[in-house]
Design a protein around this ligand. Structure first.
Ligand SMILES: [Zn+2]
Length: 314
């Protein structure tokens, strides 16, 4: 079966910028060639800034990284489209933009609006440690006053708040703020903590909150989030899929592969090897419909409902 893919998280834009590479010609896991296998392909491209850069330099780097992507020959020719609303079915490969680690707002509240004007629609506010936004997964801290202001403005503009990388407290506060606006919360690239108990994965309580908010969850292929000792194979994905399905995530579970941002299981060399994930699931007697939902339909419905442009207040 030919599949479509809507992936919620990759770091490919950062790598392409850092290596001066393009969508058509690169040595990365996402390229024109590796994505040509899909009937339709939609990707959230996260702009992440190297943690060694200070917040201000990080903002400049994000602008430059975005500029690099917009001047990519595939984007200029129209073979790949950059989008802010859910594209039609059967259209060209499409890229949504996200920011991962919003510390680069650096205490400037107006940068939330600026980011929206720069077509950022997915906001992953935290990454590691404590920042001007708040506490990440490896801390006990919640959001700062500035962090709360950022999330509030971002969701009111129509951005999607993402709790991947957030601390337990920060995630709790993100749910509250987004909930007050009637907006969903997602975890773009996180697995189940009950299966692999690392701070980057989701507790059952968080899974329930995401589902009740109308959000989605992207399965992450990073070996250390699949299996605690990090010696993961593709089959280690199955217990996570099972756990999410047992908790009612059938229409919310998606892929957020963390491509070009992590160490992948040996079976996955590029995103094109997602066909192997489909084969694995078919062998385990998952239905073709469930595989299509997981690969594409769940994320597509989410984007059609929540990234339609109608919720935007300028
Ligand atoms: Zn990440």
């Amino acid at each position: 079966m030919k599949l479509s893919l809507f992936d919620l998280h990759c770091d490919t834009a950062c790598e392409m910028y850092g290596k001066h590479q393009s969508f058509a010609q690169n040595d990365l896991t996402i390229s024109s060639e590796s994505t040509a296998k899909f009937e339709q392909y939609i990707q959230v491209m996260a702009f992440w800034t190297d943690a060694r850069l200070d917040d201000e330099s990080g903002w400049e780097r994000m602008i430059a990284m975005r500029g690099h992507l917009l001047s990519d020959p595939s984007v200029i020719s129209g073979n790949v489209r950059t989008v802010t609303v859910c594209p039609p079915r059967q259209s060209h490969p499409a890229l949504f933009f996200g920011i991962e680690d919003a510390r680069i707002f650096a205490g400037h509240p107006e940068r939330v609006d600026e980011a929206f004007r720069l077509d950022i629609r997915i906001l992953t506010p935290l990454w590691a440690g404590e920042t001007c936004i708040g506490g990440s997964h490896n801390t006990q801290a919640g959001l700062t006053a500035f962090g709360k202001q950022v999330i509030d403005r971002a969701v009111s503009l129509g951005m999607i708040a993402d709790i991947s990388h957030a601390s337990v407290r920060s995630a709790e506060e993100i749910f509250e703020i987004a909930g007050a606006h009637g907006r969903p919360v997602i975890a773009s690239h996180s697995n189940a903590k009950a299966v692999c108990p690392v701070s980057r994965n989701l507790s059952d309580g968080q899974i329930a909150r995401i589902l009740s908010s109308g959000g989605v969850i992207g399965l992450n292929f990073y070996t250390k989030f699949l299996r605690e000792n990090g010696e993961a194979h593709l089959s280690d994905l199955i217990p996570h899929v099972e756990h999410f399905l047992e908790r009612g995530a059938e229409h919310a579970l998606c892929i957020g592969g963390d491509w070009d941002g992590c160490e992948l299981p040996p079976e996955l060399k590029t995103i094109g090897d997602m066909t192997r994930v489909a084969e694995l699931l078919l062998r385990r007697n998952y239905s073709e419909q469930l595989i299509r939902d997981l690969f594409f339909e769940n994320a597509y419905s989410f984007a059609a409902n929540h990234l339609s442009g109608n919720t935007t207040k300028h």
